[in-house]
Design a protein around this ligand. Structure first.
Ligand SMILES: [Zn+2]
Length: 306
């Protein structure tokens, strides 16, 4: 018996070590993909990171989930552009877009909407103590903000509520590339942060305001592969169908259980679920539940999201 227990214990230690190595490798792996001569997208566990080369320094959009990933992003951005990172933009407050910030020098220019800064302070303050506080957004705006750097123009815009109430989109003007943050999940079920002012109903109109911009061809989503205008339209068609189904269920007074059991969707064909270990699973039941909660008013945003 003692021998069996020892064998089981050894097997468990080996399994734990294998999981730790896998987790480390997954977190440490960040790959770069060219979008234009001066724009790259970095991919890894967490969100897609945009990198712009200018003659005076690099611009980075979002920083993934951990300080270690942030260090990798910083190194890759410097390699790809031959310059130091001058400006970071955070598309919204979620940890998989912001928690790499502390890998950059304290006092680095960090651009976000004023509402994103409020949401960080209200919902994630514990992550931004000590030296991390030096890379909180320190350059905030309400509707639009332009950065001119080394011959390039970076236009950050808040076009309305959607994934949260504070999302910005970033247009790399000369390269005709737009980074939509989590206003676009390309081929994936989205997170819908109702507590942070997210709204499926408003999201549809926000994407209309993206589509009327004529200054871009390529589209970097928050999650999923790089796409184009059709990728935005496909995701918008999914949101429309989801909202129609949920608002009809709310009008008919259906319970959440009835809505989950009876709702069919077609516009999510081929969508992948996203599993965030121990936190949440983004799949069809998740998006139907969130849509029902919004349509029935079951979940209200926190004060900072207003
Ligand atoms: Zn997000």
């Amino acid at each position: 018996m003692a021998r069996l227990i020892r064998r089981v214990a050894i097997a468990l230690v080996i399994a734990a070590a294998a999981i730790a190595i896998y987790a480390y490798q997954t977190l440490a792996t960040v790959d770069a993909e060219r979008v234009t001569d001066d724009v790259h997208v970095l991919t890894g566990l967490g969100s897609n990171v945009g990198v712009l080369r200018t003659a005076r320094g690099a611009v980075v959009v979002d920083t993934m989930t951990t300080r270690m990933q942030g260090e990798r992003i910083r190194t890759l951005a410097e390699q790809l552009t031959g310059r130091e990172v001058e400006v970071i933009l955070n598309t919204h407050y979620h940890l998989d877009h912001t928690h790499g910030n502390p890998a950059f020098p304290s006092g680095t220019r960090v651009v976000a909407t004023a509402r994103t800064r409020k949401l960080l302070d209200a919902l994630d303050a514990k992550s931004w103590t000590g030296d991390a506080a030096g890379t909180l957004p320190n350059e905030t705006f309400d509707s639009s903000h332009e950065i001119a750097l080394g011959g390039k123009t970076v236009r950050a815009m808040h076009l309305g509520r959607g994934h949260t109430s504070g999302d910005l989109v970033v247009l790399f003007v000369e390269d005709r590339v737009i980074h939509l943050g989590d206003l676009l999940f390309n081929g994936r079920y989205p997170n819908i942060d109702l507590e942070a002012g997210g709204s499926i109903e408003e999201w549809i109109g926000t994407l209309d305001r993206v589509l009327v911009l004529d200054g871009f061809d390529r589209v970097i989503p928050g999650h999923g592969p790089v796409t184009d205008r059709d990728g935005i339209r496909r995701f918008q068609a999914f949101l429309k169908e989801l909202w129609e189904r949920a608002s009809a269920a709310a009008r008919e007074g259906k319970s959440l259980e009835d809505t989950l059991a009876s709702t069919t969707l077609t516009q999510d064909a081929g969508f992948e679920a996203i599993q965030v270990p121990f936190l949440l699973k983004l799949d069809r039941p998740f998006v139907i539940r969130r849509a029902w909660q919004e349509a029935t008013g079951a979940v209200q945003p926190v004060a900072a999201a207003q």
